[in-house]
Structure formats: C-alpha cells, structure tokens
Design a protein around this ligand. Structure first.
Ligand code: SF4
Ligand SMILES: [Zn+2]
Length: 340
C-alpha cells in the first residue's frame, strides 16, 4: 500500500468537521493596524471571514499554513456571510484601508459566492480608499475582477501569496500548487485592469538555511518587482497543524531571525524597482515567530515597521546587538536543525 505523505496526513488531521450555523455567523477575527497609503500613515481595518477555506489546504496544503483550522469545513451560505459582514461593519470606523481575508481565496466561489463578494466590497465603497483581498492566481480573471471593480469606488488591491520565484522552493518546500510564473502572470492581469497587485514573499520556508532563505527573498524581490506594486516579506511563524510545526517539534526548524528580515529588506530595497517593499512580521519576538535573542527584538521590530511604513531602509542601518554574530554563524546551519 502507498504510504501517505507527511503533507497529506497533516492536511487530513487539521481539517475541521462541518460547522453548525451558529459558528458560521461569526467571523474569525477583526483588528485595526498601522498601514500607509503612499507616504500617508493610515489605520487599516482587517477582517478574517469564516469560509470553507482554501481548497488546496484540503488536498495537500502549504508547509507553513495552518489557516484551515479557522474554516468551516463546508461552504458558508450567502446569509451566513451577510451576518458576518453585518457584525464586522458594526466595528468599522471608516478606516481608509480595509483588508478582507478568508483563510484562502476571496475570489473562489466555493469560499465566497460572487454576489456576496460584490456585497462585501460595496459595503466599504465610499468609506474606504483602498480595499485589499487575497486570492490564488487561478481565480484572477476578468469575470471575477470586473464586478468588484464596478462595486468599489476606491482602489482595489489584489494580494497573491507568491512566496518565492524559485520553482523548487515554491513547489517542493512551500508546496504551492501553482508555479511562480502563474503568480507573476496574475499580477500582470490585475495591473492590466488598473488595479493594484501585491505579493507576499515567504522568508524561510523549511529545508533552507537561514542565509539561503534571505538570498531567496532578495532574488524573489528582483524577479517579482516588475509584476507587482507592493511586495511584503512574511517571515514564517509556526502555525498549528503544519509541516513546519512537525519539523519544529523535532528540532529541525527554527523560525527566522529578525536580523534576516533586516537583511532581506536592506538587500531587497536595492532590487525593488518602483514597487513598495514592506514587512510586518506576525508573532515577532515570540518563540514560534521570527525572533532574535529576546533583548533586542522589540527595538529591531520597531525599526522594521518604521522602515516599511516610511520606505526608508536607512533606518535599518546601525542596528546591533551581541546576538548578531550568532545570527551570522547560524546562517549555514539551521536547515540541519542546529541552533548556533
Ligand atoms: S498558504 Fe494559501 S494556498 Fe497555501 S494552503 Fe494556505 S491558504 Fe492555501
Ligand atoms: Zn539580540
């Protein structure tokens, strides 16, 4: 009998049972965060809707992604999505930037049906200046984008989890279903419609050393920049029910150092062309998130945030700490599970 792969058994174990109606009437989470539109500092309203989630997470899933736990195990009905939106709008204070995520693809009809999508976008039209959603590239078509562009009076931003432009890193280490070219082409389709395209780049997928991971992001910045208006470097944090967590528990994975984020931004800034380059690390400074020694984490995170918001990467120069040489030594070791 054929042995089940680690990725598929992890995907099977994390899949939730179909949720009752009450659970489907509540969104997963909502918060407000600092952002920028151009050089202007603004507040961003972030909403995670509860949907069936990413179809790829059910089949195999990406090695670092545990969002399946935030899903319904079935599609949400239009009425359930409407109720989630109603509850979210009760908390909305006209923040200029709105980001709506679904633990998958906003443009996948199985997660959010076409009418609900337009309703959600329309609800923020005239109130927000920019509306962001995330999707896999195969759902980026004229048929999905057109009605949303018509429904929103401001700027639509389409985010794609490109992660890496290296086919081996993307396919074998991250386990994405589509090749890098498909993400780049989707970015081009978005911009051809006059919308904004944003790509997420993953810092330190499993099986790369710390220094290989930084090199991968820097190269990806250069190769993705012509196709996107904004590039966001997302250092891995360890989510429940993932291959990365499986490796972490066996001491075969350490989340990236914040020094690696600093290095990726400084070197990436030279290759970003006209695109915006940012990083807002999730779980920064925590054991399961990108972290340094503990003493310098808050200071380095603050510099990363300021550099990102202001697009002034000189703010990352002059940072130092006694742990920095340890990071430099760790560069080549950690894919083997060795902590310097
Ligand atoms: S990272 Fe994106 S494509 Fe991969 S499993 Fe998660 S939601 Fe799906
Ligand atoms: Zn330190």
């Amino acid at each position: 009998m054929r042995r089940e792969s680690l990725a598929r058994s992890v995907a099977r174990d994390r899949r939730p049972a179909p949720a009752p109606e009450e659970a489907a009437r509540r969104y997963v989470n909502q918060w407000v965060e600092d952002e920028a539109i151009g050089v202007e500092r603004v507040r961003a309203f972030v909403l995670i809707l509860k949907t069936r989630g990413c179809y790829w997470a059910d089949l195999k899933g990406c090695s670092m992604c545990g969002y399946a736990k935030d899903t319904l195990g079935r599609s949400a009905s239009p009425a359930e999505l409407e109720e989630q939106l109603r509850r979210a709008l009760a908390r909305y204070r006209d923040e200029p930037y709105v980001k709506v995520y679904t633990s998958g693809s906003f443009l996948d009809d199985r997660e959010v049906d076409a009418e609900s999508r337009a309703e959600i976008v329309r609800a923020f039209s005239g109130r927000a200046r920019r509306f962001l959603f995330e999707t896999l590239p195969e759902f980026v078509t004229d048929g999905t984008l057109g009605p949303l562009a018509d429904a929103f009076a401001g700027e639509l931003e389409v985010a794609l989890g490109l992660e890496s432009t290296d086919p081996t890193v993307l396919g074998r280490y991250v386990h994405k279903s589509a090749a890098p070219e498909e993400y780049l082409a989707a970015g081009d389709r978005v911009r051809a419609r006059g919308l904004r395209a944003k790509a997420y780049l993953l810092l330190k997928p499993p099986y790369l050393t710390e220094s290989e991971a930084v090199d991968d992001v820097v190269r990806s910045v250069g190769e993705a920049a012509p196709h996107f208006d904004a590039l966001s470097v997302n250092p891995v944090h360890i989510q429940n029910g993932t291959v990365v967590e499986w490796l972490y528990h066996r001491h075969r994975y350490r989340p990236p150092w914040l020094w690696s984020v600093v290095d990726a931004l400084r070197r990436g800034a030279e290759r970003r062309g006209a695109s915006r380059l940012v990083s807002f690390p999730t779980a920064g400074g925590l054991a399961r998130g990108p972290h340094n020694c503990g003493e310098c984490d808050a200071r380095v995170l603050a510099a990363i945030q300021e550099a990102s918001l202001r697009q002034e990467f000189s703010l990352l120069e002059g940072l130092d700490c006694p742990c920095r040489p340890r990071w430099a030594e760790a560069g080549g070791l950690e894919a083997l599970g060795v902590e310097a």
